[in-house]
Design a protein around this ligand. Sequence first.
Ligand SMILES: CC(C)(COP(=O)(O)OP(=O)(O)OC[C@H]1O[C@@H](n2cnc3c(N)ncnc32)[C@H](O)[C@@H]1OP(=O)(O)O)[C@@H](O)C(=O)NCCC(=O)NCCS
Length: 173
Amino acid sequence: MRVVTAADLTLEPQVAAHAEEMFVVLSDPAIYEYENQPPPSVDWLRARYAKLESRFSPEGQEQWLNWVIRLPSSQLIGFVQATVRSRGRASIAYELASAHWGQGLASQAVQAMIGELVGHYQVRSLSAVLKSANGRSRRLLERLGFALATPEQHVRHRVEPDELLMKRAIRRP
Ligand SMILES: CC(C)(COP(=O)(O)OP(=O)(O)OC[C@H]1O[C@@H](n2cnc3c(N)ncnc32)[C@H](O)[C@@H]1OP(=O)(O)O)[C@@H](O)C(=O)NCCC(=O)NCCS
């Protein structure tokens, strides 16, 4: 994995050494309004990050790519992640501490990751599953060119009734 740069931030391949600072970032309760929960302890997060340094799923079929997001001030503010599957398919996710919402930073980080996925991992089709009530996440995806998947695709991907599947195809140059 490589460091990815964007105008106002840097994406660093996530490693166990990020756990202490990321534990503080990820303890923001606003992040979990719709789903998930904060990490239970720094040690838990360090162990999780150490495992993820393999960059592969346990069976080795998927690439699990995680980058932490760093501001020029050197502060960490969140992460972006991608699961890269066969035939150029990837699903993405992202979390930022709420003090940094509303500035376009998440969009910038996700767009930078997408550029890396397309340019370096041959990704041609992107998807994201989000809670239907998560308007901020939906707006972010729409801004980046994602559109709601069809009802058939929702069924095929076993999307829960309170969730949405959004997709974006990458046009070949
Ligand atoms: C989802 C999440 C990353 C979105 O963060 P965000 O800051 O709203 O997203 P963006 O970076 O796209 O910023 C968009 C906002 O910045 C504003 N903005 C300011 N300057 C901007 C710029 N230069 N470019 C784009 N947007 C800009 C936009 O107007 C928009 O504001 P609005 O929400 O009031 O309409 C964030 O809410 C989050 O981390 N949530 C918790 C975790 C989560 O839900 N993850 C997704 C699971 S599917």
